[in-house]
Design a protein around this ligand. Sequence first.
Ligand code: SIN
Length: 494
Amino acid sequence: MNTTTDETIVPALSRPELLRQSAYVGGTWLDVGEGPSIIVRNPATGDAIGSVPALDAETVRTAVSHAAHAFQEWRRVPAKQRARVLRAWHDKVIAHIDDLALILTTEQGKTLSEARGEIQYAASFIEWFAEEAKRINGDILPAAADGNRILVLKQPVGVCAAVTPWNFPAAMVTRKVAPALAAGCTVVLKPASATPFTALALAVLGEDAGIPPGVFNIVTGSARQIGDELCQNPLVRKLTFTGSTEVGRELMAKSATTIKKVSMELGGNAPFIVFDDANIPDAVAGAMFSKFRNSGQTCVCTNRILVQASVYDAFCHQFEHAVSKLRVGPGIADGIDQGPLIDAAAVAHLNELVADAEALGATVTVGGKSHSLGGNFFMPTVVRDVAPEMRLFREEAFGPIAPIVRFDTEEEGIALANDTEYGLAGYFFASRMDRVVRVFEALETGMVGINTGAISSEVVPFGGIKASGIGREGSKYGINDYLEIKAGVLAGAF
Ligand code: SIN
């Protein structure tokens, strides 16, 4: 264990070796040593939690070679056995939920209860894909030519590179690694530099569960250097990324040289529409959940609340009351609803968005500035009378700011909702069935919450359209992104 560890967390772990200050390549833990490293800090305090190696491109290439070598064996392991290994991994994750949640809160900032929820969510992908591993079925199709048969075989893509974000350090790892392993692929994972320890702890448990050396590798270090190597390495056959549209675009362009299969879960600008036939208390509860979950730092967080004029005041009053009750503090403390943001840049971005909206005529009714706790804490905020020309309407805030926009007709509400380059999640509250069907069909998003602010689970096909990405994760569709379809045309004697 490296000396930079903030000793407050290690004694609190029932299994201290889950906090690994290492990369994981070919089944070997490459501990942080004399070479370059990255310090990981607790966003609630600024204290160092520890550090991980900043690997060079050659070590990343070595990780890819290990994954390519391991692929030749892993793809041949019977699906039932791959499923057993995944199931054992799931069970170990659940058994260590307290340690994992503590590591997650310490490096990411979310409250301990949200961190426990995320570990359960992360484990649900492992369990789901352990089950799906056994259902990768082929097909036999009738052919156009008499006597022929067409065979359809689904085969693993090969080595997959996975690049994951800091907002869900556990769930975004398992949502990618579990289907890849279930399909028979091997993985080189680059976790976010701000939050590598949860991923490394998951790998410790994966090793315990029997994931063979080289099947799951973790490379730590500079996102640019590692990203370049993973995109340009011809042995990597697929790239899966969750993060900003800007970075996704860059990774896609770099992967074009080696024609990789790509899955991209990118930025969002989720509309949350409250129509005049909505149940207002339910809409308030839905907006509270979808806006303030993870301190507003999810790609599917409500980013703009659009409220029909006749219910505008009623909704705003109830919503503002609920927001003003949120308790802010370190995620580790009792009774806290909202932890810190990830870093100072995130706080500065929110302050800029509020200033821009106020300058253009919007009104802050709750919060609106950095929290008196200082550091990375920001006040839960409501801004009324936001309009399309404001940055708050156009940009993904990725923080606890709820901009409210007024509209008159259903058509106007839908047009405002779709007035964005993004198309990840959308939400609406309404009770008339004709409206529910119309609005569901009209929203230009990959996922829609109808009378709910909670859309995420392992069963839901998660993903976006427009600039929000390509592909679906989780659900019965998620494994397809890790499979190739091979067709065989069998001629002759039938
Ligand atoms: C994300 O923010 O990318 C993931 C959120 C979720 O899975 O609900």
